[in-house]
Design a protein around this ligand. Structure first.
Ligand code: SF4
Ligand code: MG
Length: 313
């Protein structure tokens, strides 16, 4: 709720703070138990920072995060550590978070033992069970990370989260580095695990065609702010914010099943250190009016459970 994450910009000889990068600037949404909430936007829109701040892998600047009623950023280090197994993070590149000298079985077992979730004698059995759930054959248990393909490594990344028996997972671009054919397999794995393990996901992606398959509700971010929040079906049937329309019109679709205007965005996203005044999207918006550069549109409910920040909507 009203989450902010600012990074100070330092300058001059004394390294004083001369400004802030508003990576996440007053973002509010809720995720329902058992759903997959998609967060989309171009790179640099603040999606990852939002996901990491929700799990308190980053400290917030302002606002509040509640997980099952718990104020996550008010917890002590020990309390946060105790809660950690229940809320897990999956990285885009699991390889970077795997120790190249540790066998996969040990890496998975270590996570269990670290959190006191299994006795050493039971760990191997639990590792094998979770590997099977994630589509990894038992003989992989003694292999090293470099012996796996990209898709298998992401299965390992998923297994490492799942083995702690979490309730909530933030997955940050988990299929973006994979070939399209492998992407579908991993997306299916996410869906299967959700059903079997009653998981709730925050699924972060720059690619709307990826979130379409998995997410029931979608938030669209631009320069640190949510510009549209909607059910998947309504968003794809009729996007309301000009930025969402632009993102959707770049998704290739075989059949024109959606009511879409073709909008090609001009230019790059401005720097979050120096965002445009008024509506932050006005420098790239084909519908921009004078008002747009003067006044920021409120993020308001335009129909039931549908929120949009645009003067035209
Ligand atoms: Fe475009 Fe104005 Fe709407 Fe912003 S408020 S999205 S600039 S029409
Ligand atoms: Mg990112």
């Amino acid at each position: 709720h009203r989450l902010k994450k600012y990074y100070p910009i330092t300058g001059g000889l004394l390294g004083r703070t001369v400004g802030h990068v508003k990576a996440v600037d007053d973002v509010s949404f809720s995720i329902k138990k058992g759903e997959t909430f998609g967060l989309v936007g171009e790179s640099g829109s603040g999606k990852s920072t939002t996901g990491r701040t929700i799990l308190r892998l980053l400290e917030k600047t302002a606002g509040e995060v509640r997980f099952q009623g718990i104020d996550v950023h008010a917890l002590s280090k020990a309390e946060l550590r105790a809660l950690r197994p229940r809320m897990q993070f999956i990285f885009q590149d699991p390889y970077s978070s795997l120790n190249p000298r540790i066998r996969i079985g040990e890496a998975l077992g270590e996570a269990l033992l670290d959190h006191g979730l299994a006795a050493p004698a039971e760990a191997r059995e639990r590792v094998l069970a979770v590997m099977e759930l994630c589509g990894l054959a038992p003989y992989h248990i003694d292999r090293y990370p470099h012996e796996f393909s990209g898709g298998q490594r992401q299965r390992i990344g998923i297994a490492r989260a799942i083995i702690l028996n979490p309730d909530f997972i933030v997955a940050d671009e988990p299929v973006s580095a994979l070939d399209v054919s492998i992407q579908a397999q991993i997306i299916n794995l996410f869906a299967e695990l959700q059903e079997q393990q009653q998981l709730t996901y925050l699924f972060i992606s720059h690619d709307l065609s990826v979130v379409e398959h998995l997410c029931s509700r979608i938030g669209v971010m631009y320069l640190g702010s949510l510009v549209e929040l909607s059910s998947r079906d309504e968003l794809f049937a009729e996007p309301l914010h000009p930025y969402t329309k632009a993102l959707l019109s770049s998704v290739p679709l075989p059949i024109p099943r959606h009511k879409r205007e073709r909008i090609v965005l001009q230019g790059d996203m401005p720097s979050p250190a120096n965002p445009p005044a008024g509506c932050k999207f006005h420098t790239r918006c084909p519908y921009a009016m004078e008002l747009c550069s003067e006044q920021a549109p409120a993020f308001r409910e335009v129909s039931r459970d549908r929120f949009v920040a645009c003067h035209l909507v």
